[in-house]
Design a protein around this ligand. Structure first.
Ligand code: SF4
Length: 461
């Protein structure tokens, strides 16, 4: 049966109606039945072995790696506890706003180099790796990579098109992989956003194959003007729960790369709406909601600036994060990774300079700082297109997750506790942030009239 959002048309009843706490009720007690439902879902809907692996490699060992990271920081040393690897530049889709050179000659991190990188990170206590592309499943050795490291956990960012029953069965056998499958809107919006017909149906087929094989499945969305009304709503989350999806992640669309499509970017008000939705959903629905941009009190942060993650591109370049395509070092350098991360002046300056100026996303708010850093350190453009400096010069600054004075704290006591211990700024902003240096993009005059107006509808790539 062909399944698509268009056919579902949000007809699902909201069986997990919202449980709103009043000022004097005890939110913790209100949340308990929801967490029991979530625990039941995890126990009944996923393979027990996979669940045990996730609890151990991602939960217990993940917390231990954060603890080691904190101890390193106290000693004045640095190594990010979570590494992201874009293993290949190729992709079968052409999404709006993609920053990867998906149409360029194929380049990938070969299995040996990926193994070496992961081994070196494991030696530093890391146990979690994010795998990106392009489309990671186009890398012919991807499953071999997962099989080679049964002691760590992988999250694969994928469009789901290559997840057949056969692939899903092999992932189940590996036991240490969670696919995070991207859905960018209803059928028409998905096809527009991703540059091809039939994209959503193939993605849904991938989600179904993964769920049938009892994998721990996540769905992510880059929220923009054309999908916020369809996907940032209870009915979509209920639909995911009904499909057997265990976690979701709402990224904010970042207008970067060769075709930034700024008309898709959310306004400050819309970004606040997404944040409120995430906080409410976390406290009311039996599904995990990931958010990498706020601490327990709702203060904005950038995970690259806090040193929580850094990224390795398809050419092996070590970058602050996937969208900042500048580097001075590579995993192919002769230096051990431990020394590279500890000694990189470029990455240290990136973290400190950004933290001095904003708690938000530097590429959205202050692309000029990246140009300054690239100039100071002689950082190279890590793309095949070779136009990153020009692209940065053309970025029209806009607000990101940093909405000073409008912080929305976590409602859920579980997330509050988890973030307090394992996901915060680790003292970064307290040490570096200088309020006088913050430039509110909403208060700046537009750089040029070249950007398109917000009301313009998305265009086909
Ligand atoms: S610089 Fe922006 S895109 Fe990169 S990790 Fe920070 S907030 Fe995210």
């Amino acid at each position: 049966m062909r399944v698509g959002l268009g056919q579902c048309d949000w007809t699902f009843d909201n069986e997990f109606g919202r449980l709103k706490g009043t000022e004097d009720s005890t939110p913790q007690l209100i949340e308990i039945p929801m967490y029991l439902r979530m625990a039941k879902r995890f126990a009944m809907e996923t393979d027990k072995r996979l669940l045990a692996k996730a609890v151990w490699a991602l939960g217990v060992k993940g917390l231990r790696s954060v603890h080691r990271h904190k101890r390193r920081l106290k000693r004045g040393e640095f190594f990010p506890p979570f590494l992201y690897l874009s293993v290949i530049n190729s992709c079968n889709l052409r999404c709006q706003g993609c920053w990867v050179d998906v149409g360029a000659k194929q380049h990938k991190i070969e299995l040996d180099a990926a193994n070496r990188t992961i081994e070196q990170a494991k030696a530093m206590g890391n146990s979690f790796f994010g795998i990106l592309g392009g489309e990671p499943f186009m890398h012919k050795d991807l499953l071999n990579l997962f099989e080679a490291h049964p002691d760590v956990y992988f999250q694969v960012f994928t469009n789901g098109h290559f997840i057949t029953d056969e692939v899903a069965a092999r992932l189940r056998k590996c036991g240490n992989v969670t696919p995070l499958i991207s859905v960018e809107g209803s059928e028409i919006i998905s096809d527009t956003r991703r540059g091809r017909d039939g994209v959503l149906n193939q993605t849904i087929a991938g989600i179904e194959a993964a769920v049938r094989n009892k994998l721990l499945v996540g769905v992510c969305t880059s929220v923009c003007k054309s999908n916020i009304d369809d996907l940032v709503r209870d009915k979509w989350v209920d639909r995911l729960i009904e499909m057997g999806v265990m976690y979701t992640w709402f990224h904010i669309y970042r207008p970067v790369g060769p075709e930034p499509n700024p008309q898709l970017a959310l306004s400050s008000e819309e970004q606040r709406r997404v944040r409120q939705f995430v906080v409410d959903t976390r406290a009311t629905k039996p599904i995990i909601v990931i958010d990498a941009y706020h601490d327990d009190a709702g203060n904005a942060l950038c995970p690259a600036v806090t040193g929580f993650t850094h990224h390795v591109g398809p050419w092996g370049d070590i970058e602050p994060c996937p969208v900042i395509q500048l580097a001075t070092e590579s995993i192919h350098d002769s230096k051990p990774l431990k020394e590279t991360f500890n000694e990189s002046g470029f990455l240290r300056d990136f973290r400190e300079l950004t933290a001095q100026n904003t708690r938000g996303c530097v590429i959205m708010e202050r692309p000029d700082l990246l140009l300054e850093l690239a100039d100071k350190h002689g950082a190279r453009d890590t793309t095949a297109r070779g136009k990153v400096m020009e692209e940065l010069r053309n970025v029209e600054p806009r607000r990101s997750q940093y909405q000073p004075g409008d912080e929305i704290p976590e409602r859920s006591f579980v997330y509050r506790w988890a973030k307090k211990y394992a996901f915060n700024d680790f003292g970064t902003y307290g040490k570096h942030y200088q309020e006088s240096q913050y430039r509110d993009p909403d208060q700046q005059p537009p750089k040029s009239s070249a950007g398109q107006p917000d009301s313009q509808l998305p265009v086909l790539n």
